[in-house]
Write a protein that binds this ligand. Structure first.
Ligand code: SAM
Length: 258
């Protein structure tokens, strides 16, 4: 289940009903307050947070989450894993748990939730269909040869952990983010505007939107709950070759009709 980003207001009636009908609920949430709130909906809510530890790979933690959920599934229970945002967006264990359950012959379903991505479009007034929009996990963008398309939006996730091979829980520092800036500087000028965005997680909060220059990204304090957005840096270029082909097809179609 996805609980959405903002406590209370993003929970769908369907997600609520799945939670209430479960025998056991596992919670991978952003905030202890959200866990308390979830606890009012079900008598057996088990936090997945204690599996995290300093110096321990997040991947190990996420494997443990899958195992915890699968142990209850194998015991014949109706299990609900509740995650903040959308459970399938930049989230490893919900996909894995569903796959594992299905592989063992159990029925499993993912119920979407409002993600940081959805909030970002609303709060920043971005329509991904206007210029296109690429999403990358920041470390993956650093570790692999990827092609950035700077005529569309670029959304970078987990920038606070950029360059962390260990997949630990601590954030990497300015030197790592400088590597990211140097990589981005191949496609963007250093004074290009960058938006550091945090969606509201409590109803009393406002979204936090900081606009900085790309060159300043290493120095700004960055929490693990922030997403970085680069607006387009160049205009889209017409694809002459494809346009010529389409025009030729249009002429053919028009000729066939006369
Ligand atoms: C493991 S992913 C989880 C994303 C989540 N499943 C979702 O649907 O939004 C964590 C990343 O999500 C983004 N994120 C988490 N909380 C956020 C918030 N409150 N505002 C903006 N981005 C957030 C950040 O990029 C963070 O590094």
């Amino acid at each position: 289940m996805g609980l959405g980003m903002t406590l209370g207001s993003h929970l769908t009636p369907l997600a609520r009903s799945h939670i209430q009908r479960a025998d056991v609920v596992f919670a991978g949430l952003s905030d202890a307050i959200v866990e308390v709130w979830l606890g009012r909906m079900h008598p057996d809510v088990r936090s997945l947070q204690p599996c995290y530890a300093e110096g321990k790979s997040r991947l190990k933690t996420y494997r443990e989450w899958v195992e915890l959920m699968m142990t209850e599934v194998r015991a014949g229970k109706r299990v609900c894993g509740v995650f903040y945002g959308h459970p399938g967006i930049f989230a490893w264990s919900p996909h894995k748990a569903i796959k594992a359950a299905r592989a063992e012959g159990y029925e499993a379903h993912m119920e979407p939730g409002i993600s940081a991505e959805d909030c970002l479009y609303a709060d920043l007034g971005i329509d991904p269909g206007r210029y296109g929009c690429q999403h990358f996990e920041a470390s993956q963008l650093l570790f692999y040869e990827r092609r950035i398309e700077n005529t569309g939006y670029l959304v970078l996730w987990q920038v606070a952990h950029a360059g962390d091979w260990s997949l630990g829980i601590s954030r990497t520092g300015p030197a790592y983010r400088q590597v990211l800036v140097d990589l981005l500087a191949r496609d963007y000028p250093l004074d290009h505007p960058v938006i550091v965005y945090r969606a509201a997680t409590l109803p009393i909060q406002q979204p936090r939107i900081r606009r900085i220059a790309l060159r300043d990204l290493p120095q700004v304090p960055l929490s693990a709950e922030e997403t970085v957005v680069l607006p387009p840096a160049a205009a889209m270029k017409p694809n002459r070759a494809v346009l010529d082909r389409i025009e030729a097809l249009d002429r053919l179609e028009a000729g066939a009709k006369t």
